[in-house]
Design a protein around this ligand. Structure first.
Ligand SMILES: CC(C)(COP(=O)(O)OP(=O)(O)OC[C@H]1O[C@@H](n2cnc3c(N)ncnc32)[C@H](O)[C@@H]1OP(=O)(O)O)[C@@H](O)C(=O)NCCC(=O)NCCS
Length: 179
C-alpha cells in the first residue's frame, strides 16, 4: 500500500466495487462531471463494468483509496494514460460524498505524485478538471501543479458545455517543493 499523511492507496478489492458503483457511478451528476463519456447503466458483470480491474492494462493503474486510520474505503484514484516514452501520466480521483472536504483529495494527489515520479520514474503529471471544480483545482495547486491552459467548452456536462483547466507538474518542480 502507498501511504500519505491521511490516506492509503491500495489494490481494488472485490467488495470495494459495489460501494464505488453505488456512490460514484450511479450518481449521474457526479459521473457527468468526472467522466468524458455519457452515463449509462452497466450490468455489474459486464466486461467494462465501472471500477472492475484489468491487471494486464499497463497504462492505467487503478487504486482504491482508504483512510489510513482504520482502513475505511473512501474513494477511487487512478494514474492513467501512462506514457513511458514521454514519461508522463494523468491523475484521476473521486471520493465518496461523505469523504469530501476533509483534506483527503489533496493527500491522494500527493501520493499519486510520489507513485508517478518515484516509483514509475515519470517526469510530468497532468490533471484535467472542470473550471468550476474549486476543490480539485485547489488540491492540485496545493501539490504544486500549475495551470497551463483552459480548454474552452471542452466538456458536455448535463446539458451545457463547460471549460476545463489543464494543470501540470514536472518532477524537478515537485522535488524543489519537498522538505
Ligand atoms: C475533487 C475532490 C477529489 C477534492 O478532494 P477533497 O478531499 O474534497 O478536497 P480537500 O478536502 O483536499 O480540499 C482541497 C482544497 O479545496 C477546498 N475545498 C474543498 N471542498 C471545496 C468546495 N466544495 N468548494 C471550494 N473549495 C473547496 C479545501 O478548503 C482545500 O483548500 P485549502 O487547501 O486551501 O484548505 C473531491 O471533492 C471529489 O472527489 N469530488 C467529486 C469528484 C471529482 O470532482 N473528482 C475530480 C475530477 S477531475
Amino acid at each position: 500500500m502507498l501511504r500519505g499523511s491521511k490516506v492509503g492507496l491500495r489494490a481494488r478489492h472485490q467488495d470495494d466495487i459495489p460501494v464505488l458503483r453505488a456512490e460514484l457511478h450511479d450518481d449521474v451528476a457526479n459521473h457527468a462531471r468526472v467522466q468524458a463519456v455519457p452515463w449509462r447503466p452497466i450490468t455489474p458483470d459486464a466486461e467494462a463494468a465501472p471500477f472492475k480491474v484489468d491487471d494486464t492494462e499497463e497504462g492505467h493503474i487503478p487504486f482504491s483509496v482508504v483512510e489510513l486510520d482504520g482502513g475505511t474505503l473512501i474513494g477511487a484514484a487512478t494514474l492513467w494514460g501512462i506514457d513511458d516514452h514521454n514519461r508522463l501520466a494523468h491523475i484521476g480521483l473521486s471520493l465518496l460524498p461523505s469523504a469530501r472536504g476533509k483534506g483527503y483529495g489533496t493527500d491522494v494527489v500527493a501520493v499519486l505524485c510520489h507513485y508517478g515520479f518515484v516509483v514509475r520514474g515519470l517526469r510530468r503529471m497532468s490533471i484535467e478538471t472542470l473550471a468550476d471544480n474549486a476543490a480539485m483545482l485547489r488540491a492540485a495547486e496545493r501539490n504544486g501543479f500549475v495551470r497551463e491552459g483552459v480548454l474552452r467548452s471542452s466538456a458536455w456536462v448535463m446539458g451545457e458545455f463547460l471549460d476545463e483547466v489543464l494543470l501540470g507538474l514536472l518532477v524537478h518542480e515537485w522535488k524543489a517543493d519537498r522538505p
